[in-house]
Design a protein around this ligand. Structure first.
Ligand code: AMP
Ligand code: MG
Length: 411
C-alpha cells in the first residue's frame, strides 16, 4: 500500500498491519551474558542443553522404606530388617541384601540394591524391623536419574522468555549464567505545541504530556530500555532533527501525536523525507492515525496522540514488534469469550477496542461490562478497566447476555 492509498481512505486492518510489522522486524544481533537472577524476563539467545541429568540420581518421591520388590512379591505380611537411613543429602553408604530395607526420605538417594519404595503409612514397625503387606510392585515412588532430562536433551529453546520456572530449571542444571538477547532500546518522543512537562505551570490551552508516562510504563513492563527524548513542537524542522537523533540511538523510535487529520502529513511527511513509510492509518478504534516505517536501521512507530489510543496500539502492534526484536516469538494477546451485561451497538469499518470491567459470577461465568463513556482521551476509563472488549469491524449489534471477546489487561 502506498501512502496515497491510505490518504484516499483505505484503512489497513490490524492483522495486516501486524503482519507487515513482523515481516519487517528482525531480532537484534546483540547478546549479553548475565547471572541467573538478572536474566528474569529476558530472552534466551541460544538453546540450553542439559549438561547433567535431571534428576541427577535415582531418589525417593516419598518418605518410607527402600527395599527389593522381590522380597515382598507375594501376598501377605513380609518382615524386613532396617539396616540404616538414607537422608536427603546424606545417602546410605551400603547395599541392601535380601530381607533388608533402608529408611528413606523424600529426595534421598536410592540405596544400592533397592528397586522400590514403600510409603511409611503402609508399614508397621517392630523393634529394628518393619512389617509390610505384599505384594509390592517394583519402581514405586522412585524418580529415576535422567527421567526428566537426559544429558544432551534440549532443556530450553532459543527465544524463550525466561520466567521464574525457567530460572529454577537453569539453576537445577547447575547453570549460574545465561546468554540472552540485549534489551531493545526505544526512544520516546511526544509531539504537540500544547504539551508541557509535569512539574511546570500550564498556560491557557496547554495540557500535560501524559503519553510519555504511559509509554515509559509499557516499555518497562516489556523489559525494553526507554529513552525519554521529551517533547517536540509541531515544527517539521524540529521534528526532523529529533527523529534523526532518536534513530541514531535507538532500535525503535516511538512518537505520539501529530497524526490526526490535517496534521497527518506532518509526522508522515517528515518520515517520508528521512526514512521510509510502510503504512499509515489502520482500521482500528481507537488508534486509526498510526504509521509504521523505518528511519535508517531503526523501526519507527508514529502512534496516535490520544492517550487511550496510545495504550491500545502499543499492546496490539508495538509489543509484538518488541518481542520479535528481542528474539522471542510474539505472543498473541490472551483473549476469551465472556457474556456482555449490556447491549452493544454495531461497529462500522474499524475493529473496536472498548474499555470495560470483567467479573466472574458465582457459577463461574465471565461477564463483561463496557463503560458508557468510551472517548479515546479518557484515561480514567483506561485506568479503571481490567479488560478490553474486542469487536470485529462491521459487526452487528450485540444483545445483552450475548458473547463477546475480551482481552484481559495486566497480562
Ligand atoms: P494529535 O494527534 O497530535 O492531534 O493529538 C490528538 C489528541 O491527543 C489531542 O487532544 C492532543 O492534545 C492529545 N495528545 C497528543 N499528545 C499527547 C501527549 N503526549 N499527552 C497527552 N495528550 C496528548
Ligand atoms: Mg498534536
Amino acid at each position: 500500500m502506498s501512502r496515497n492509498d491510505c490518504a484516499t481512505g483505505a484503512l489497513l486492518p490490524l492483522d495486516a498491519a501486524l503482519q507487515r510489522i513482523l515481516a519487517d522486524v528482525t531480532p537484534l544481533p546483540r547478546q549479553e551474558r548475565l547471572p541467573l537472577k538478572a536474566a528474569l524476563g529476558r530472552v534466551l539467545f541460544q538453546p540450553v542443553i542439559a549438561g547433567m541429568p535431571l534428576p541427577p540420581f535415582a531418589n525417593s518421591a516419598m518418605d518410607g522404606y527402600a527395599l527389593r520388590a522381590a522380597d515382598a512379591a507375594a501376598a501377605g505380611i513380609t518382615p524386613l530388617e532396617v539396616i540404616g537411613t538414607s537422608w536427603a543429602g546424606s545417602p546410605f553408604p551400603g547395599r541392601i541384601a535380601p530381607g533388608q530395607c533402608v529408611r528413606i526420605f523424600t529426595g534421598a538417594m536410592l540405596p544400592e540394591g533397592a528397586d522400590t519404595i514403600v510409603i511409611q503409612e503402609a508399614v508397621s514397625t517392630s523393634g529394628s524391623g518393619i512389617q509390610l503387606h505384599g505384594p509390592v510392585q517394583p519402581r514405586q515412588h522412585i524418580r529415576l536419574a535422567g527421567e526428566e532430562l537426559a544429558v544432551g536433551a534440549p532443556a530450553l529453546a532459543q527465544g524463550k522468555r525466561l520466567g521464574p520456572a525457567d530460572l529454577a530449571l537453569l539453576a537445577s542444571l547447575g547453570q549460574a549464567e545465561v546468554t540472552v538477547y540485549a534489551k531493545p532500546r526505544v526512544a520516546v518522543l511526544s509531539t504537540g505545541d500544547e504539551l508541557r512537562a509535569v512539574g511546570t505551570p500550564l498556560a491557557a490551552g496547554q495540557i500535560y504530556d501524559s503519553n510519555r508516562y504511559a509509554l515509559h510504563g509499557l516499555l518497562s513492563e516489556c523489559g525494553a530500555v526507554a529513552l525519554d527524548l521529551g517533547t517536540v513542537a509541531d515544527d517539521a524542522q524540529a521534528l526532523k532533527a529529533a527523529l534523526l537523533e532518536a534513530a541514531a540511538m535507538a532500535d525503535i523510535v516511538l512518537t505520539s501525536g501529530g497524526m490526526s487529520v490535517g496534521e497527518a502529513d506532518f509526522v508522515t511527511g517528515v518520515l517520508a523525507q528521512i526514512g521510509r513509510i510502510n503504512f499509515w492509518n489502520i482500521a482500528v478504534k481507537p488508534g486509526k492515525p498510526m504509521a509504521y516505517g523505518r528511519i535508517g536501521q531503526s523501526c519507527f512507530f508514529g502512534l496516535p496522540g490520544n492517550p487511550v489510543a496510545v495504550l491500545v496500539s502499543f499492546r496490539q502492534l508495538v509489543r509484538p514488534a518488541l518481542d520479535q526484536l528481542e528474539g522471542a516469538t510474539p505472543q498473541a494477546p490472551l483473549r476469551f469469550s465472556a457474556r456482555c451485561r449490556l447491549a452493544l451497538p454495531k461497529t462500522k469499518g474499524r475493529q473496536e477496542f472498548l474499555r470495560g470491567l470483567m467479573q466472574r459470577d458465582d457459577d463461574g461465568q465471565w461477564w463483561v461490562e463496557a463503560f458508557s463513556a468510551q472517548g479515546s482521551h479518557l484515561l480514567t476509563g483506561m485506568s479503571r478497566a481490567n479488560c478490553l472488549i474486542v469487536r470485529p469491524a462491521d459487526c452487528p449489534g450485540v444483545a445483552a447476555g450475548a458473547r463477546v471477546e475480551v482481552e484481559p489487561l495486566g497480562t
